[in-house]
Design a protein around this ligand. Structure first.
Ligand SMILES: Nc1nc2c(ncn2[C@@H]2O[C@H](COP(=O)(O)OP(=O)(O)OP(=O)(O)O)[C@@H](O)[C@H]2O)c(=O)[nH]1
Ligand SMILES: Nc1ncnc2c1ncn2[C@@H]1O[C@H](COP(=O)(O)OP(=O)(O)O)[C@@H](O)[C@H]1O
Length: 413
């Protein structure tokens, strides 16, 4: 294990507390006064802490195992145990990200937890560590477990300064956000045995895709959070402009969408990415005959993926201009993207007036302000097609008039 992680002591560890990452590091020897990192500050005297990191060589099986492991631990851990998302990484080293969980035993449950972890470690590609504190509670040590050794390796736990980038940024390109059809298809092809539906999804792809073909008629994408009024506006624009109305994911994938919404981000985002490419081909065909209006496209895919992968405040997002915000080179670029913006309270009112929330992400948007502001800011940072924000709070008819003015000005319709 340690050979595979030769730079183990240069790793930073991140534990999610109240929706934001808290960091700590490890050292082979303690230099200076012991200062317990704040992630351990609430740990009681008799509690023990553990970390479980997935280190599978294959990212599809690793991501699915990590995804299923949360429910499994929630079922198996004794009541009252603490379970938090965790990651470990070497700052600024792409591909160094390991995802896992941070566990906290309560009231002497540690032997039960240690049995669960030992069993997990013997059957799965996981790295288990236990954390114990000194008598005075001032110093924590990390002890690396692995079943073959009975003298585990120990490290001193030390505070870590906040890294320049959120750990998820190291792993985002072609894992949370896909920048080519081939990359997205590769992920879905690897799932063929475990998710048979991927073959049907891939079967929907056209034989040839030409991202560089310039559509004859304007292509206008309407973006925005749920209940900002996209459906209402896109249908009115279709009628006012005699346009064709398309959406992403396309209708032909509707039967499988729920199935992929239950998968880990790697597979789910590959599904939505393939959906964008199928929609792009439909746009190409329709835009030779009339203007095309699209309900959600690349902005939704990238914004939700980036805002989900990164936790905590907006400042944790990749900086403006970062590679993650760039439009894929092989994906059709619309003539204009209109981003509907709306006051959160009005959006909630409209959501209630329309009925059920759509996806778990929408639930998350509703009660997690941090997530909502990350989605909104990620939308704004995406470069490629001109994206113009439009206030969606006036009446549906006024919003329609405003949108028509924008389209006429930008697309000469
Ligand atoms: N369309 C789309 N939705 C995504 C994507 N990634 C995640 N989602 C989730 O799916 C939801 C969108 O589902 P839709 O059926 O388009 O919901 P909606 O916001 O009502 O969209 P409209 O009905 O077109 O107004 C988003 O709010 C996200 O929670 C993506 O790449 N494309
Ligand atoms: N400009 C508007 N003013 C007031 N209510 C609106 C407006 N646009 C849409 N609505 C209502 O808000 C709800 C959500 O609109 P919808 O078009 O479904 O949003 P989205 O497609 O973005 O989820 C619907 O009940 C719709 O009738």
């Amino acid at each position: 294990i340690l050979k595979r992680f030769s730079m183990w002591s240069s790793r930073v560890f991140s534990v999610e507390v109240d929706g934001a990452p808290r960091y700590f590091g490890i050292r082979e020897q303690l230099r200076g006064e012991p200062v317990p990192p704040d992630v351990f500050s609430e740990v009681q005297k008799q509690d023990r802490c553990y970390s479980l990191l997935v280190c599978s060589g294959d990212r599809v099986t690793g991501d699915r195992f990590h995804w299923e492991l949360r429910d499994r631990l929630q079922r198996q851990l004794p009541p009252g145990s603490g379970l938090r998302s965790m990651s470990s990484f070497i700052p600024d080293q792409k591909g160094s990200l390991l995802k896992g969980y941070f566990l906290q035993s309560r009231a002497g449950n540690s032997s039960l937890i240690e049995d669960i972890l030992t069993d997990l470690e013997q059957r799965n590609p996981v790295l288990v560590c236990s954390y114990s504190q000194s008598e005075d509670g001032q110093q924590w040590t990390q002890c690396l477990w692995y079943q073959s050794e009975d003298n585990p390796v120990r490290f001193c736990v030390v505070p870590s300064e906040t890294p320049k980038h959120h750990p998820s940024v190291l792993n985002m390109i072609n894992s949370d956000v896909f920048y080519s059809l081939d990359e997205a298809c590769d992920v879905l092809k690897q799932c063929g045995d475990i998710i048979p539906e991927t073959r049907s999804v891939l079967g929907m792809l056209p034989s040839s895709l030409d991202a560089r073909r310039k559509p004859d008629f304007p292509v206008i994408v309407i973006e925005g959070l749920d209940a900002t009024g996209k459906t209402t506006l896109t249908e009115s624009l279709r009628d006012s402009l005699g346009a064709t109305l398309l959406r992403s994911p396309p209708q032909c994938l509707s039967a499988w969408r729920g199935r992929f919404d239950r998968e880990p981000p790697l597979i789910r985002r590959a599904f939505y990415a393939v959906g964008n490419y199928i929609t792009a081909e439909q746009i190409n065909q329709e835009a030779s005959k009339s203007p095309v209006i699209v309900d959600r496209f690349w902005h939704s895919t990238a914004a939700y993926a980036i805002a989900t992968a990164v936790t905590g405040p907006v400042s944790n997002l990749p900086h403006e201009g970062a590679e993650v915000y760039h439009w894929p080179g092989d994906l059709l670029q619309p003539s204009l993207v209109i981003l509907l913006t709306l006051d959160p309270e009005e959006r909630k009112r409209r959501l209630r007036s329309r009925g059920l929330m759509k996806t778990d992400e929408e639930e998350e948007l509703d009660h997690n302000k941090l997530f909502r502001t990350r989605v909104e800011e990620a939308y704004r940072r995406i470069v490629g097609s001109a994206c113009i924000a439009l206030d969606a709070s006036p009446s549906a008819d006024l919003v329609l008039q405003q949108a028509l003015l924008l389209i006429r000005a930008k697309c000469h319709l």
